[in-house]
Design a protein around this ligand. Sequence first.
Ligand code: ZN
Length: 259
Amino acid sequence: MPQPSDQIRGSSAPTSPNSIIANRLYPIEDAPEAPDAKTPPKQPVNEEDDSLIDFSNMENGFVNDDRVIKKQIQNIEHAPMGDIGAITLHQTNSPTAQSTLNGWQTRKEGAHFLIGEDGTIYQVASLDKQTWHVGQLQSRCVNEKRCTDDEWQYYNDLEDKYRNQDSPNWADRAREIHAHEIEKDFPDRYPLNSESVGIEVVGKPDKNGVYPAPNAAQAASLKILVASLRKYYGIEDRNVLRHGQTGTRPPSECAKCNP
Ligand SMILES: [Zn+2]
């Protein structure tokens, strides 16, 4: 689900903070060495694939292609977009595209694209405008196990601080991590709304809160949409990200989105 990134909400603490902490951190002495700072090689989309959607002929940030239905919802469009270097994948927590489109009419949060239950691709916001979908950031270097010694120290100290509280305030912890991360430059941290195209896939979690894999029609649409955006913006594979990984969301959100 989209979340405002500029406003910090108190209700977005992780659902199982203890398990997240247990899985996420290394003791300093076990921390793997930070990899070479060199940018990893790009994994370019196959340039021969002429079935890609052509984003070079956009009008006002909307693509012209029969496979993409334009349904502009202006109240989810915000400040001008910055340099796009990432895609963040989401699942809607709704049963149908129509229910999400209805919901966005009265909200500020949203994403640029919506993939319906039948695989239909809707573009709802201009790619010239930011949409609010990334929410609070987790630490990229912690999740990717590539922090510097100073960063491992910072995050271990932070976890100790909250672990040692009688009733830890997980919302405070999430705010603190976000505030620390936004001081870094992308791609050392996860992308902000100004750097990231947002794609929502219609999907509802099961009774245990676990999101399903996209169905076959959705997976096919997601694949072509992501490949097309990657080609046009030159987005590296490592910067196609899942909201369950980048934000304070259930880890399963789009965990099985594999474009
Ligand atoms: Zn989301």
